[in-house]
Design a protein around this ligand. Structure first.
Ligand SMILES: NC(=O)c1ccc[n+]([C@@H]2O[C@H](COP(=O)([O-])OP(=O)(O)OC[C@H]3O[C@@H](n4cnc5c(N)ncnc54)[C@H](O)[C@@H]3O)[C@@H](O)[C@H]2O)c1
Length: 271
């Protein structure tokens, strides 16, 4: 249960706030009174969200640690404080139709007991250095850079909240996206470590692990794969960004005062 208006006077910084989950987080925090600084690499989307909630923009790539430090400092200069950071910016592995087709053929062979017919998908073997680096940099480096930049203000103030967006795939990795799973699992370890470090100093760092949520991130997924995934979700449907925003709002406010270095899944039972 959250208290309406409990974030009045507070300043929040949301990365990847121009779309999907980030946009829902921006709206939810603003609805309870926070002034929100909307980060995104997509300047137009960041600006649209900032206008909608009467907030502010910070357009930069979260992989750029200098830009992250600078923009967080500028937000504090402009608004006088920083109370909430949501490290949300992220990407999904691109969909690969040939690999989807192979996966379906392999599933059929398994169901028919034709184990000798299985063809290795080689998702890890074929992953390039560039794709590995980009995934780890956006999710894990970006979360570290943001957390560090925010703590430089929050720890001296003995107050503040960081919410990191991991994934159920950080808790329950699936085959085929080793870089995404490793990055999201890294965010969980980062959250626990930093959450313990700052717990006694008035700062809280927690993480959410969304399940499969209906956002533009999933639009590139093959419909057959998507249907197969939904069949594995006990709730029987994708989650909504609004449902995740309620959890992020709870972790951002005074209602979650005893949550430190804690990890919260919202997955319809998938986790
Ligand atoms: N949708 C899901 O099912 C799901 C599940 C688990 C976790 N997540 C995580 O939730 C987060 C948000 O995903 P979403 O579903 O809202 O996707 P989305 O594509 O709708 O939004 C992601 C936003 O992040 C921005 N972004 C990407 N790279 C960036 C960078 N380097 N710097 C700044 N901004 C950047 C994009 O421009 C976009 O606006 C991601 O971290 C994702 O991994 C999503």
């Amino acid at each position: 249960m959250t208290t309406p208006g409990a974030l009045a006077g507070q300043v929040a910084f949301v990365t990847g706030g121009g779309s999907g989950l980030g946009a829902a987080f921006v709206r939810r925090l603003a609805a309870d009174g926070a002034t929100v600084v909307v980060n995104d690499v997509n300047a137009a989307n960041a600006a649209a969200m900032a206008i909608e909630v009467n907030g502010d923009t910070a357009v930069f790539d979260v992989c750029d640690s200098v830009a992250f430090d600078t923009e967080v400092d500028k937000a504090v200069e402009r608004h006088g404080r920083l109370d909430i950071l949501i490290n949300n910016a992220g990407i999904a592995p691109p969909s690969d139709p040939a690999r989807v087709e192979l996966s379906i053929q392999n599933q059929m062979a398994r169901m028919e007991g034709r184990i000798d017919d299985l063809v290795p998908p080689n998702s890890t073997v074929d992953l390039s250095d560039e794709d590995w680096d980009r995934m780890i940099r956006i999710h894990l480096h970006g979360t570290f850079y943001g957390t560090r930049a925010a703590l430089r203000h929050m720890t001296p103030a003995r107050s503040g909240v960081v919410v990191n967006v991991s994934s159920v795939l950080g808790l329950r990795p699936l085959a085929g996206a080793v870089h995404y799973a490793a990055a999201k699992a890294g965010i969980i370890a980062l959250t626990k470590s930093v959450g313990q470090e700052v717990a006694a100093y008035g700062v809280r760092v927690n993480a959410v692990c969304p399940g499969w949520i209906d956002t533009p991130l999933l639009e590139a997924m093959d419909p057959m794969m998507m249907a197969g995934i939904v069949m594995q979700i006990p709730k029987g449907r994708l989650g909504t960004a609004g449902e995740l925003a309620e959890l992020v709002r709870f972790l951002s406010g005074p209602e979650s005062s005893y949550c430190n270095g804690d990890i919260f899944a919202a997955s319809g039972g998938f986790a």
